[in-house]
Design a protein around this ligand. Structure first.
Ligand code: DGL
Length: 366
């Protein structure tokens, strides 16, 4: 759906844009673009659901239903956002991101690629639930080969809550997606005035608006009232650009969570279920009990691709420290948490990359 009510004539837009520039400060890249009299950036908003589109539930208390409000209606409710960009909005799905799946991911890629190939857009904003936002961001970064800013945004409070954070987050995401300075930085996540890179960002708190952090690298930048502040110059993000199969699903990769008193059962069950890959959410430096490690080694011998990650939440998993990866045929996830390691391993297996040393090389891409 295109947001025709948000469209205005170019000259009117330029005047409104200048007014907006004065309100948000001329240091902003968005306002610099407007002040130079150039056309506003074209930004496509793709709605997928999540709390940002959540509505209070009649059960009252703090209950709400996620994914109820369309992306078009979210935008229409934000004063001044139409001064930042020429906005069009489409709905890809209306789900809580706990239900995010390969089909929605493939649909997103298809739509984004078409918009970029047709030169429809200078930037893309994706509204998304926060629970699996980091996985979608990392998935897109691995399959999209573009300089166009792709920005994921969500909120921790539903749109009907007192102090809803969605409108400000969406406004900020629009500023980032429409700014030339955002080009070539890979897929970004914007919440709570902060810009994160897809490889490093993680949801770290169940309820706080300050939930997204990048523990191993720090944020990419900040959105403040006067400007976008990127902390580093844009460097080309060198991820392996992986091909998508023609249609979902991606190959099955299971995550096995390590814990005290663990035996081989979970690993053996995953192999029986037909997992093509297993990611270990290991203790500490990606370790597990002797029983589980032996079962993983047996799985690797049968051709299941095994990647060791960690349940800890930050830090690297290094090769051959406590576990003999070379001997057992494992790869390690380095800085990728288990959920992102799973995404990358699905894509690698789909691309026929299953040899442990080739898998390891792909995980090492910054
Ligand atoms: N179920 C969650 C999701 O859509 C709601 C949490 C959120 O969006 O913040 O990811």
């Amino acid at each position: 759906m295109t947001l025709h009510p948000l469209r205005s004539t170019r000259s009117a837009r330029t005047i409104l844009g200048l007014a907006a520039a004065l309100m948000i400060g001329l240091a902003s890249p968005v306002s610099a673009q407007q002040a130079s009299g150039t056309a506003l950036a074209n930004v496509l908003v793709l709605g997928t659901g999540g709390t940002i589109a959540g509505q209070a539930n009649a059960r009252a208390g703090n209950a709400y239903d996620s994914g109820k409000v369309s992306a078009a209606n979210l935008i229409a409710a934000i004063p001044g956002i139409d001064k930042l960009a020429e906005i069009s909005a489409e709905q890809i799905s209306s789900i809580g991101s706990q239900d995010m799946n390969d089909k929605v991911w493939f649909d997103l890629v298809k739509r984004i690629r078409a918009a970029i190939d047709n030169k429809e857009v200078d930037g893309v904003v994706i509204t998304h639930g926060t629970d699996t936002m980091e996985e979608t961001a990392f998935f897109l970064q691995n399959v999209l080969d573009t300089d166009v800013p792709i920005v994921l945004v969500g909120s921790m409070r539903p749109s009907t809550a007192i102090g809803a954070d969605g409108p400000a987050n969406l406004y900020d995401a629009m500023r980032v997606a429409s700014a030339p300075e955002s080009r070539g930085r890979g897929v970004l996540v914007v919440l709570n005035d902060t810009i994160h890179g897809a490889r490093w960002v993680q949801k770290t708190n169940t309820t706080s608006v300050q939930t997204f952090r990048s523990p191993d690298a720090g944020p990419v930048g900040y959105v403040d009232t006067g400007s976008l502040r990127f902390l580093q110059p844009a460097v080309a993000i060198k991820t392996a650009k992986l091909k998508l199969p023609d249609a979902p699903p991606l190959p099955r990769v299971d995550i096995i969570y390590s814990h005290a008193n663990m035996d081989a059962a979970e690993v053996e069950d995953a192999v029986k279920r037909g997992a093509k890959g297993i990611v270990l959410a290991g203790v500490g430096d990606g370790n597990s009990s002797k029983g589980a490690i032996d079962a993983l080694a047996a799985a690797a011998k049968q051709g299941v691709v095994v990647v060791r990650s960690t349940r800890v939440g930050s830090g690297y998993v290094n090769r051959n420290v406590e576990v003999e990866d070379d001997k057992l045929g494992f790869a390690v996830s380095l800085d990728l948490n288990p959920q992102k390691a799973r995404v990358l391993l699905e894509l690698l297996i789909a691309n026929g990359i299953t040899d442990p040393s080739a898998v390891q090389q792909a995980f090492a891409q910054p």
